[in-house]
Design a protein around this ligand. Structure first.
Ligand SMILES: Cc1ncc(COP(=O)(O)O)c(C=O)c1O
Length: 429
């Protein structure tokens, strides 16, 4: 905080397309989509219009026992694009909360639907997972730097090693490892399935861990194991949802339907705080019953299903259709890979990971030994400050540089982003 106080504050006043513009009029490419939320660029006319049209009707009414047209229509639209079998939508207002809801639903589901399955009171998750900053989400997370101070508040969970191939916890190499990291996961599920309400995972990309990309087939195998051992699969698609990985949802790359799916960030194209926990009819049914059984899900937020948020989320999905966003993204994903390739020549670039339109460049002090820069060197921050001077706004994760631009980014803009990243790494390291 002290260092931040001494830095020049950056105050963003406006935006247009892939650019953010500060109070001095300086323009920056939005290299992280304003923390992974923006999809179609800033000030998109269809999204702007959706909000003003809705504002002419009403800004907010509650979803407690009643509803509003955009919330109803959005739920229908989400079911159409979600992995097959997800048919029920529960709204909230941010990613952490969508995760909390999934956890609570899973716990209550087992109590009311299948009490014989065991005292299913906890969750399995991966090390280095990040599912948000509220206490339940932190309990199923494992990023020491963010979470260690709050240990006394957290509920106990079971953890497994992540598929971090660059720093393989088993010291193996992909593909000859044949995903041996799945064996300990199966052992945990086999031993503890009666205690496990769910396995929560960031599908395909463990985002805040530094964009760790899982090998093909990994997620599908996790789905099979969860089914085999009667444990719900909770997919946290908060970061990966809405096209980031090249398909609408990451789970769809491997034909996986989770039992619960948390979505937020890109849900409104980066315009409004809105989230949803999407689930199956089987889970929905567990919450029905006679009044006096009190089987309902006692959970709700004041701004749940906010009409402005739902209206702009509908417009977001309309833009996907109208602009053919996913089809037009495919060549950009290939170009991103090609543009990033030369960065491998830089002596302090240890690993480059990419999944869809999400890229990460892991900086290391020594390439040979993969020795990380000590956090005190603030190397990631130094690179980001160099990039900022050159007109690219980045937010690194430790010493991992993240590039996750709006899906609408043009090829020249993408080229400029990678050029600036390249030059900034070269200079700072
Ligand atoms: C995978 C994942 N889950 C949950 C969250 C939390 O979302 P929010 O910041 O909206 O609470 C994030 C945020 O980065 C995330 O990456």
């Amino acid at each position: 905080m002290r260092e931040w106080e001494q830095e020049e504050p950056l105050i963003i006043e406006r935006g247009k397309g892939s650019y953010l513009i500060d109070t001095e009029g300086k323009r920056y490419l939005d290299g992280t989509s304003s923390i992974w939320v923006n999809l179609h660029g800033h000030r998109h006319p269809m999204l702007d219009r959706a909000i003003t049209l809705q504002l002419d009707k009403i800004a907010h009414s509650s979803l407690f026992g009643i509803s509003n047209p955009p919330a109803v229509q959005l739920a229908q639209a989400l079911i159409r694009i979600a992995p097959k079998g997800l048919t029920r939508v529960f709204y909230s207002d941010n990613g952490s909360t969508a995760v909390e809801i999934a956890l609570k639903m899973a716990i209550q589901y087992w109590q009311q639907r299948r009490p014989d399955a065991g005292p299913k009171h906890t969750f399995l998750h991966l090390k280095l997972a990040y599912h948000g900053d509220t206490v339940g989400a932190v309990s199923v997370g494992n990023i020491e730097l963010f979470h260690s101070r709050f240990k006394s508040l957290l509920f106990p969970t079971l953890e497994a090693d992540p598929p971090y191939c660059y720093r393989c916890p088993l010291s193996l190499t992909y593909p000859s490892c044949e995903m041996a990291c799945l064996d300990p996961i199966e052992r945990i599920l086999k031993t503890h399935h009666r205690e496990l309400a769910g396995f929560i995972i960031e599908p395909l990309v463990q985002a805040a861990a530094g964009m760790l990309t899982s090998p093909p087939g990994y997620l599908k195998r996790i789905r099979e194991l969860c089914t085999k051992y009667d444990v719900l699969l909770i997919a946290d698609e908060v970061a990966t949802g809405f096209g980031r990985t090249g398909k609408m949802f990451a789970c769809q790359h491997e034909g996986v339907t989770p039992d619960l799916m948390a979505i937020s960030k890109g849900l409104t194209g980066g315009y409004m705080p809105l989230a949803a926990t999407v689930t199956t009819d089987d889970i929905y049914q567990a919450f029905l019953g006679k009044y006096e059984d009190f089987n309902t899900f006692f959970h709700g937020h004041s701004y749940t299903g906010n009409p402005l948020g739902c209206a702009v989320a509908l417009a977001n999905l309309a833009v996907f259709k109208k602009e053919n966003t996913l089809a037009r993204l495919q060549p950009k994903i290939k170009t991103m890979a090609r543009l990033l390739r030369p960065l491998r020549q830089l002596p302090h670039v240890g690993d480059i990971r990419q999944r869809g339109f999400i890229a990460a460049v892991e900086l290391v002090e020594e390439r040979q030994t993969r020795k990380p820069y000590p956090l005190e060197t603030r190397m990631g921050h130094r690179v980001a400050m160099e990039a900022r001077r050159r007109g690219l706004l980045l937010r690194p994760i430790g010493n991992v540089m993240i590039l996750i631009p709006p899906l609408s980014t043009s090829l020249p803009e993408l080229r400029r982003m990678v050029d600036i990243l390249h030059a900034s790494i070269e200079i700072a390291t």
